[in-house]
Design a protein around this ligand. Sequence first.
Ligand SMILES: NC(=O)c1ccc[n+]([C@@H]2O[C@H](COP(=O)([O-])OP(=O)(O)OC[C@H]3O[C@@H](n4cnc5c(N)ncnc54)[C@H](OP(=O)(O)O)[C@@H]3O)[C@@H](O)[C@H]2O)c1
Length: 328
Amino acid sequence: MKKIIYHKYGPPEVLKVAEVEMPEPAAGQILVKVEAAGINPVDYKIRNGSLKLIMPGRFPRTPGGEIAGTVHKSGSSSSSFNPGDRVFAMLGMPQGGYAQYVAVKEKLLCSIPAELSFEEAAAVPLAGLTALQSLRDKGKITEGMRVLVNGASGGVGSYAVQIAKVYRAHVTGVCSGRNLSFVQDLGADTVINYETEDFTKTGNQYDIVLDAVAKKGFMGCYNILKPRGVYVSTLPSMGLLLRQTLNPLFSRKAFAIISSSRAGDLAFLGRLIEEGKLKVHLERAYTLDEVVQSHQRMESGRVRGKLVLKVFTGQPEEKIPQSEGRVA
Ligand SMILES: NC(=O)c1ccc[n+]([C@@H]2O[C@H](COP(=O)([O-])OP(=O)(O)OC[C@H]3O[C@@H](n4cnc5c(N)ncnc54)[C@H](OP(=O)(O)O)[C@@H]3O)[C@@H](O)[C@H]2O)c1
């Protein structure tokens, strides 16, 4: 089978397509035939070594924190999934989603809503769960709250705007001029063009600031938080983590979100998709052979919505061993 590997930290060009043995699922795991894998900023941050102190690992490494595909076989004698079932998941460490087959803990897997293609499904887990867990678990979002999403046109932000609207919040999205109508179409009530206006100087205050850019940081956003407001950043820093430990002493709270892979939360996002309340916005799907370009684009910081890798599509047909009968 094919997978993307790299043998050292470095630029996108370290990523190579390799032929490797198929993995065997251990007990409690399902071997998933990966049709598409989501691409996220963390993939290039691990690849270029910027996270090596907190996410060390051995080489060769394979990027990819989220996948969508079909159940191939189970490592256990019983399973709630059958071969061919369409599934998606956010993977735990050490990730490895840019591969034609991945062994995934069964408890992380969730059925893909019928409406979604594999490419769309692969774009949901990591950014979608981050947005949901930031707003619901950290922000304690409720109806009528005023929510500001900084980076509203990106992977996390595009889900956050829509999820905040599901909770009937009033949403302000911050993005560049070229993305104003995109963010409005996501459902934002107000949009701020960061190229012409500083969102920290409008005089408005918010119950939740979800910051997926983190250029201003908690202190930069302090004055736009209501007295009991919550700041949630997707970019943990030492200062923010320290401030988070001091939250009980202050009315304004600060959190660094570390998203977690929960199939129950993914199922919740799936229901929103089925109900037409959450849409997936794909900027582009790349083939495995275009993986270098996909990381170059991700690193630009200008992606609108999400990028994915088509892991099987576009690849020459291979002889793949068939799975044996029912999984369950
Ligand atoms: N802690 C966690 O668990 C977790 C989980 C997911 C993501 N993250 C992190 O969160 C960050 C965002 O992730 P993502 O997937 O949303 O990234 P992304 O998709 O790469 O974000 C790109 C978007 O950011 C916007 N942007 C760039 N500069 C901006 C600025 N100054 N102000 C407002 N918007 C700006 C761009 O819009 P324009 O083109 O309009 O500028 C673009 O649409 C990344 O650093 C990622 O590593 C952390």
